[in-house]
Design a protein around this ligand. Structure first.
Ligand code: LLP
Length: 428
């Protein structure tokens, strides 16, 4: 579900034609729909209502402060993986008691900052880290809440680069080692075991890997509860979204006809009966499924270049703005702002201006014929879009706009050339 649709052949986001946004803010431009995020959050929250739970939005998916604030207002907690993310959520008004801090390489200063803020729990990924947290907590004469991230050794059936729950991945503690770590933890004075966590990967499109992983770790969750007084089980994020038919997937009716797809409701229906008997607080860490289809990247066609073997549509967005296609061969549906339902179609490569052959958004894609000056929207760009953007080729990071009904808010300005060099030594 989302709020991008065509009306009178114009692409709209909620009550606003995207054309008016590019005229006002230029391109490339990230455009987000607040109502889509709100709908997804509420739907997920409602579907978990039978269990004591809270949602920790995975900040890495999209960390714009205005979006974080929207989620704070909805009651969300946050899954953090850096001091920078902690800084952002605190500025957005988050309740630290609804924040967890994961990641395999927390530094001393990040651990101190999180203790200072009073987060709900660290998600500990190794024994080495556990000892470090204990040491820092001792210095501060406090007891740090920790949860162990279990690595269940389950394939998430997704892209290798976003699989996290196997023995070959750096994440979490293998089930073969966890008993030892529990033991060690119980002997440390400045740590207490508040819970257990797992997260097996991202863009997971079937329920089975989740079920398999949860079933595998439940015996340890029970043990942690009984023996060490753990109060929560965090089942991570990873729910996939629709990329290929993103435009079509805006309506409820479309989803109802496709009950093979993993929806938030289906996820909850299958998961809740498994975790409810634990009688613990259940945390979830969704990122992509809350914000992914709530954002698009709008770009202008600079040239249409005819080569010998290919036709290239060269647009003003590039891999520095949205790296997913270059990085993961990810598919993003591309649609024109002006719908040309009956116009000619052609097979093209859609590419950006960056000096890398991997700066390519689509290869041999069938698209309506476009010309220089036309606008295209790359869909499902709300998650891991701007948050992975860079200044490669000294390109300016794009602006971001949040739309809610008729309301339009510029939530991040386009960078300037001055911004590019602001932190470097000033030469004159
Ligand atoms: N929790 C933990 C511990 C995570 O590492 C992640 C994502 C999430 C939650 C949220 O996962 P989600 O619900 O968004 O799938 N850049 C990649 C995705 C990397 C995901 C990293 N971890 C992409 O663009 O596909």
């Amino acid at each position: 579900m989302h709020h991008f649709y065509y009306k009178d052949s114009e692409l709209y986001v909620e009550d606003v034609p995207l054309r008016s946004l590019v005229e006002r803010y230029g391109t490339p431009l990230y455009v987000y729909s607040a109502q889509t995020i709100i709908d997804h959050y509420k739907r997920f929250d409602r579907s978990l209502q039978d269990i004591d739970h809270f949602i920790c939005y995975a900040v890495k998916a999209n960390s714009n402060q205005r979006i974080l604030k929207l989620l704070v207002e909805l009651g969300s907690g946050f899954d953090l993986v850096s001091g920078g993310e902690l800084y952002r959520v605190l500025r957005a008004g988050a309740d630290p008691q609804k924040c967890t801090f994961a990641g395999v390489g927390k530094t001393q200063s990040e651990i101190e900052e999180a203790l200072q803020a009073g987060i709900y729990s660290f998600i500990v990924e190794s024994e080495e880290e556990l000892l470090e947290i204990d040491k820092i907590a001792a210095k501060r004469s406090t007891k740090a809440p920790v949860a162990f991230r279990l690595n269940p050794g389950v394939s998430a059936l997704t892209h290798a680069k976003i699989t996290t729950g196997t023995d070959l991945n750096k994440f979490g503690i293998s089930l073969d080692l966890i008993d030892e770590v529990f033991e060690k933890c119980s002997r440390l004075e400045n740590i207490y075991c508040r819970g257990l966590q797992m997260h097996i990967g991202s863009q997971i499109q079937s329920i089975n890997p989740f079920l398999e992983a949860i079933q595998k770790v439940i015996p340890w969750v029970e043990k942690a509860k009984k023996k060490y007084g753990a109060e929560f089980f965090d089942i991570g994020g990873g729910i996939g979204i629709v990329y290929e038919k993103a435009m079509e997937s805006g309506t409820e009716a479309w989803w109802q006809e496709r009950n093979e797809l993993l929806t938030l409701n289906r996820y909850a229906e299958e998961i809740v009966p498994l975790v409810k008997p634990l009688g613990m607080k259940i945390l979830v860490e969704p990122g992509r499924v809350l914000v992914g289809n709530a954002g698009v990247l709008v770009s202008r066609v600079i040239y249409v270049k005819k080569g010998i073997a290919k036709k290239f549509v060269i647009i003003d967005a590039a891999m520095n703005d949205l790296v997913r296609p270059a990085f993961y061969e990810a598919y993003h549906q591309i649609v024109p702002l002006k719908e040309t339902a009956h116009g000619p179609l052609e097979v093209v490569d859609v590419v950006g201006p960056v000096c890398e052959s991997s700066d390519c958004f689509a290869i041999d894609r069938l698209l309506p014929e476009v010309k220089a000056g036309d606008y295209l929207a790359l869909l499902s760009a709300g998650a891991y879009g701007f948050s992975m953007a860079s200044n490669y080729n000294s390109r300016l990071k794009p602006a971001e706009v949040l739309v809610w009904g008729k309301q339009v808010q510029l939530v991040r300005k386009r960078e300037s050339y001055q911004d590019l060099v602001a932190l470097e030594e000033q030469l004159s």
